[in-house]
Ligand binder design. Sequence first.
Ligand SMILES: [Zn+2]
Ligand SMILES: [Zn+2]
Length: 133
Amino acid sequence: MTNPRTASCQCGQLVVTCRGEPVRISVCHCLACQKRSGAPFAAQVRYPEDQVKITGESREWVRTADSGKRVEHHFCPQCGSTVWYRSRPHADAIAVSIGAFADPAFPAPWFSVYEQRRHPWVEIVGEGIEHSD
Ligand SMILES: [Zn+2]
Ligand SMILES: [Zn+2]
């Protein structure tokens, strides 16, 4: 993979730089991710926290997931883009929205989850992608 990879919000002040290899690349069809991303499904990459550098200002919004986990969403206070989030416990990884990399060559997801919430016209295709409800 290109190293490091850089994600940013639309206005460009909130920047997340990721180096090395990610631990997970996934697509999620759950309703919370649909709301978060504004799209009918969300795609995100997780990197170990020590491989991530965040610069710029973000505001945090916290949601409690069905699992009881606390999900901390970080978005740009200027342009509103949701760039990254993390779940606690398990704060060892930072999840970054793949769209924020603005890179059509970004590697394909490894997992497609919450497929029971998948819009019927959405199909996630590719070699070796693991699908689950
Ligand atoms: Zn911004
Ligand atoms: Zn989700």
